[in-house]
Design a protein around this ligand. Structure first.
Ligand code: NAD
Ligand code: UDP
Ligand code: UDP
Length: 313
């Protein structure tokens, strides 16, 4: 039995990860400050004697003895990370330093949840890990993009300088049950709007693209990455390489929910990436043939069922 720390464990991805790690017979410590996460996401785990909940902010030091650390703590949706941009940078950078300091002291593995946002508004398509990105350092997305980029730098330097056993994954748009209904991300927004027959809010003309990964596929890749040998550090992309326009996504969600919603077009936010699609060749090679299995419609159906129940409860 391993003892595993999950920071941001009460969030969308973190709560799924805690559940899965417990199912696999591990002891799980879930650390969160509940900025965007919620106790509801992990309430069903509280009776498990191998699950422990810790209210803590990763920007302050934390001392514990564990075998592995998944560092997921950080608001992920644009409205939440832009709410207090200075705090977003502190969470990424100071959080990384503290979790790396912890991993260094206890000689544990530590995995960083980085993001496709490190590529900014990419000029290379699809995006391989070797691409350095096109990021505005002083725009509204910078607190998140540059915070995550600096965290990657810290991970690599702690590895080189202090031999810390690091893993970096670059997560592309991931969706599924337990996303926050008001967190402003496109999949949750469109589903909630469609279920309530409200206008579907497309920013811009909807021709921008994203590639959507279902959370179960993501968990499989992330856990396989943690299990790799110490010579494998990443960064490695984890995402679904099938690309859709935002207009296509809106139409799919309207059809799947049988909604009467109309589409409304609103201004495109500053620095919104035009295209995004992962090159997952490296992940396939390093993670034992890993690739996403859940097609968009199947994943959307499960997510729609979740939000339908949530809105009716
Ligand atoms: P989320 O907002 O649901 O989860 C983040 C969690 O971190 C929340 O529970 C929040 O309360 C917690 N948190 C935030 N600041 C904290 C702090 N200072 N100290 C302790 N806890 C803190 O988002 P998510 O989608 O589950 O994302 C998880 C991680 O994956 C994030 O690091 C995010 O940047 C990364 N990621 C997610 C996606 C995606 O599409 N979901 C894409 C790329 C990267
Ligand atoms: N740290 C932590 N838990 C630990 C060990 C370290 O939170 O178990 C923090 C520590 O407070 C420091 C950071 O991690 O702020 C970086 O640690 P490191 O040892 O690299 O730096 P130093 O302590 O030398 O500044
Ligand atoms: N988007 C949209 N309507 C919404 C929310 C988002 O059209 O209600 C667009 C957004 O402008 C972006 C894409 O959908 O082009 C994905 O947005 P999200 O915030 O989910 O993730 P990110 O921009 O970080 O990929």
């Amino acid at each position: 039995m391993k003892r595993i720390l999950v920071t941001g464990g009460a969030g969308f991805i973190g709560s799924h990860l805690c559940e899965r790690l417990l199912e696999e017979g591990n002891e799980v410590l879930c650390l969160d400050n509940y900025f965007t996460g919620s106790k509801t996401n992990i309430a069903h785990l509280l009776e498990n004697p191998y699950f422990e909940l810790i209210r803590h902010d990763v920007t302050t030091p934390y001392y514990v003895e564990v075998d592995e650390i998944y560092n997921l703590a950080c608001p992920a949706s644009p409205i939440h990370y832009q709410y207090n941009p200075i705090k977003t940078v502190k969470t990424s950078v100071m959080g990384a330093i503290n979790m790396l300091g912890l991993a260094k002291r206890i000689k544990s593995k530590v995995l960083q949840a980085s993001t496709s946002e490190v590529y900014g508004d990419p000029t290379v398509h699809p995006q391989p890990e070797s691409y350095w990105g096109n990021v505005n350092p002083i725009g509204i997305r910078s607190c998140y993009d540059e915070g995550k980029r600096c965290a990657e730098t810290l991970f690599i330097d702690y590895h080189k300088q202090n031999q810390v056993r690091i893993k970096i994954i670059r997560i592309f748009n991931t969706y599924g049950p337990k996303m926050h209904p008001n967190d402003g991300r496109v999949v949750s927004n469109f589903i909630v709007q469609a279920l309530q027959n409200q206008p579907i809010s497309i920013y811009g003309d909807g021709s921008q693209t994203r590639s959507f990964q279902y959370v179960d596929d993501h968990l499989e890749g992330m856990i396989r990455m943690m299990q790799t040998g110490d010579q494998i550090t990443g960064p490695v992309n984890l995402g679904n390489p099938v690309e859709f326009t935002i207009l296509e996504l809106a139409k799919k969600i309207i059809a799947l929910t049988g909604s009467k919603s109309e589409i409304s077009f609103l201004p495109l936010p500053q620095d919104d990436p035009i295209h995004r699609r992962p090159d997952i060749s490296l992940a396939k090679e390093m993670l034992d043939g890993w690739s996403p299995k859940v097609e968009l419609e199947a994943g959307l159906e499960k997510t729609i069922t979740y939000f339908d129940q949530l809105l009716n409860s």
